[in-house]
Design a protein around this ligand. Structure first.
Ligand code: GNR
Ligand code: NI
Length: 189
């Protein structure tokens, strides 16, 4: 097990569209374990493979864990898809790849998630509230979309300027391709 580095905005690797997992290998299993360890360490309630530099459609979530180990109910999602989507809700979101920033994001209130588990078993979950928000947030990562892309240009630019200032102060280069708006958010059926 290992704790992985979580990439941060404006790293262009967060903007790639991830490839489907073709076969669950030992390497994928190890990556999922490391992603869970990283998520609990941060701490967070979800983590997508692109956030740790792997452009594959692999996500881990645990939306109701506490500091108690006994309460951990990790879910590993291979090639997840969202079907359906009903209602609207606004949730104050944060992201491990978007440090020091939270904002209200509008999403579907209820979604149906389809995926397979590490053993190839089908996973179907009808969820609402925070877990529905988390699934939508994580699936966005697989398409190179960050929650800041779902804000008004004004709010998004507020964050971009803040990051640029930080990069200037720390004399870090500002990479190209990290800030560019991705292809229009995927319209989900
Ligand atoms: O830990 C996380 N908390 C969170 C809170 C509200 C909405 C979404 C999230 S996901 C985030 C972890 C993360 O960045 N996953 O990609
Ligand atoms: Ni995130």
């Amino acid at each position: 097990m290992a704790i992985l580095e979580v990439l941060q905005f404006p790293d262009p690797r967060l903007r790639r569209v991830s490839e489907p997992v073709r076969e669950v290998t030992d390497e994928i299993r190890r990556l999922a374990e490391d992603m869970l360890e990283t998520m609990y360490d941060e701490p967070g309630i979800g983590l997508a493979a692109p956030q740790v530099g792997h452009a594959i459609r692999l996500v881990v979530v645990d939306t109701d864990w506490t500091e108690e180990d006994a309460d951990r109910k990790p879910t590993v999602l291979v090639n997840p898809e969202i079907r359906g989507g009903e209602g609207r809700l606004v949730w104050t979101e944060g992201c491990l790849s978007v440090p020091d920033f939270t904002a209200d994001v509008e999403r579907a209130e209820r979604v149906e998630l389809h995926a397979t588990g590490l053993d190839g078993e089908p996973i179907v979950e009808s969820v609402e509230g925070l877990r529905a928000v988390c699934f939508q947030h994580e699936l966005d990562h697989l398409d190179g979309v960050l929650f800041v892309d779902r804000l008004s240009l004004l709010k998004r630019n507020l964050y971009v300027q803040k990051r640029k200032k930080l990069h200037r102060n720390e004399e870090l280069a500002w990479p190209t391709g990290g800030e560019r708006p991705p292809a229009p958010p995927v319209q989900r059926p």
